[in-house]
Design a binder for this molecule. Structure first.
Ligand code: BGO
Length: 271
């Protein structure tokens, strides 16, 4: 049996460049079932047993665009054996927003810290080991443009896939929000696997209709979840979706503070 690796990341993080580096001419293009979103797959040039799927470039795994739905359904439904999540390392804070969601999907993840050539050129420093500890997954510096780190990142993904090692992220929300998520995980019980329960609990806390529909929860379970959400919304005087978004950015800021040293006022995106 071959190994399936998905490439996921924000638009412009270098996914196409990396996909071309890894697959060369061994590419086939089609559509994802039922939608007009392009699906690109290819065989890894160094090992034809490894199939690489290029997911559409997205900023989030919310269900608001066909691209986001395609990506999250593929990842949640056990499509890939591992995900390489590319981030533009010159824009780490924004790119980690998607990462913070991918880490909860119950799939092995390797973070490709792409555009490291630019980070180095800018004189900025990223503590790769520290970042790996915070995110709870392997982190590999890469430069897809220069073909650097390509073999290392695929090898890390193959290893993670074989070990079925899902991330153990240290990124946590404020205690009251964590408590609410834990309560919802309790309500879910064994309806979802333990490796995906945080993902589903967060989505139910947000009141996301797609997840409510997918999980076919009973009226009493939904009522219990509504009560948990209402209590926190009242306490924090905000809606649950906004609460989760700001908690994600707070957790990301904490990670950045611990792992990134900027030489100037900020990491830049200049080429
Ligand atoms: C242009 N380092 C650097 N420096 N650049 C990179 C790297 C890297 O590691 N990886 C990718 N890029 P895509 P998505 C461009 O096209 O792969 C560059 O959306 C230009 N084009 O070369 O397309 C890559 O698939 C003119 O840059 O990303 C590309 O994820 C001037 O990042 C861009 C400058 O890569 C996006 C850049 C005509």
């Amino acid at each position: 049996m071959g190994i399936r690796i998905a490439l996921a990341g924000n638009p412009n993080c270098g996914k196409t460049t990396m996909f071309n580096d890894l697959t060369g001419a061994n590419q086939y293009v089609g559509n994802w079932p039922g939608v007009t979103v392009e699906k690109k797959e290819g065989k890894y040039t160094k090992d034809k047993e490894v199939v690489i799927t290029d997911l559409p470039g997205i900023y989030s795994l919310s269900p608001y665009s066909p691209e986001e739905i395609v990506a999250r359904d593929y990842l949640l439904d056990g499509g890939p054996d591992a995900v390489i999540n590319l981030v533009d390392a010159t824009n780490l804070e924004r790119n980690l927003y998607l990462t913070s969601q991918i880490l909860n999907l119950g799939v092995p993840v390797v973070l490709a810290l792409n555009m490291m050539d630019l980070v180095e050129k800018n004189g900025d420093k990223i503590d790769v080991d520290g970042l790996s500890k915070q995110l709870g997954c392997p982190v590999v510096p890469t430069s897809a443009l220069r073909g650097r780190g390509m073999e290392d990142v695929v090898n890390a993904a193959i290893e993670a896939a074989k070990a079925k090692k899902v991330p153990e992220s240290q990124m946590k929300f404020d205690a009251v929000v964590e408590e609410a998520i834990a309560k919802i995980e309790g309500i879910l019980g064994s309806k979802v696997s333990s490796s995906t329960s945080r993902w589903y609990a967060i989505k139910l806390f947000e009141g996301e209709q797609k997840t409510i529909d997918d999980l076919k929860l009973s009226a009493s379970e939904l009522k219990a979840i509504d009560e948990v959400r209402d209590a926190i919304e009242n306490k924090l005087d905000d809606d649950a979706e906004s609460i989760v978004t700001s908690e994600r950015y707070n957790a990301i800021s904490h990670v950045i503070d611990k792992t990134v040293k900027r030489s100037r006022t900020g990491l830049t995106t200049s080429q």
